[in-house]
Design a protein around this ligand. Sequence first.
Ligand code: NDP
Ligand code: MG
Length: 389
Amino acid sequence: MNKDQTKKRIAIFGSTGSIGTQALDVIAAHPDKFSAEVLTAQSNDELLIRQALQFQPNIVVIGDEKKYQQVREALASTDIKVFAGARALDEVAAMDCYDLMLAAIVGYAGLKPTLKAIDAGKAIALANKETLVVAGDIIMQKAVENRVPVIPVDSEHSAIFQCLVGETRNRIEKVILTASGGPFIGRKPNYLVNVKREHALQHPNWSMGAKITIDSATLMNKGLEMIEAKWLFNLRPEQIQVVIHPQSIIHSMVQFEDGSIKAQMGLPDMKLPIQYAMAFPKRIPSDFPRYDFKKVSTLTFEEPDTRTFRNLALAQEALEKGGNLPCVMNAANEIAVFAFLRNRINFLDMTDVIEKTMQKIPFIEKPSLEEYFESDGEARNFAADIIKL
Ligand code: NDP
Ligand code: MG
């Protein structure tokens, strides 16, 4: 166990994922500043064990209870505590042994542990955007009540957050979220109907987990990010604009009421926003590759094509109507992406599944947390029925 209280003690929920492994790289590069106190995985026991042996956390959690014995035996010679199951994730989230949760589980599964951490007064570095899409009003309200900082890790929101440092008294006119456009930028439906998961998993600028990579290819990722921005920065829907910027150098922008626009720039590398969120309010040194103006000398911008990439239009509708609609959309999207990744439906079918589910599930204007959970379940069942999963 790490007893050095001068270090920030980090709990990485989702340590075996793309964000989680990069966060561990940041911790390994700054052992004087951070320690990994909690590591969690769903089913990748082998990587979780290796990470635990290297970082010697206080606690590890494996979501899949069938893997508990393997993990426990592999760590038997250490004093690392091992837990298993979804409930253990919630319990560990509320424990005293860490200072900051890096919420890096993918999808709806990340919501409950993050809620527990907020209730326990832990600072949150938030990668899991679905948490805010599902129940952003409740999350942000609880964060305010518990005086919990929610520091974005998503690169666009980290960019906006960085642009807002020192601007607390100044009104935001709008935020401009940049989007790479994904691998199918400029393509039309007759092409998209035939794309296979292998194509869609090839992102031009970022290497990420499978779900967010598909979301980037459909532009749903940008739609989720619009809703994420609404809650993080307390914006009205019309204050959130999306612009396609294929080079992914400008990570997002804020326009103030005098017309001035601030942008945050750099090479596309998630380690930077991860490190920024973990070290906030300080900036600490890094050896990440630097942007070279000679190598990428042209930055371009264009309008998103929401007639082809209809998920973005659906997300815009969910953003504007609010209530349980973003939660319903998110649930249908998770089912649709899961089915696409298993070659059960084609690329364009994903949008149809989401649209039908959004039309079907009854609208609730001001849902309670329980009603969000119910809407999620109903939407998942309905979407799975359409696909016949
Ligand atoms: P990955 O799929 O790479 O990793 C997901 C992590 O969550 C893994 O540790 C996985 O464990 C764990 N996990 C999966 N399902 C469950 C579950 N049901 N219960 C508990 N744990 C689970 O995802 P990413 O790292 O790409 O993304 C994580 C989050 O960060 C997402 O919400 C994404 O939108 C967001 N994000 C990611 C970015 C990126 O660059 N990757 C950029 C911006 C935001 P196991 O390995 O055992 O399956
Ligand atoms: Mg992003």
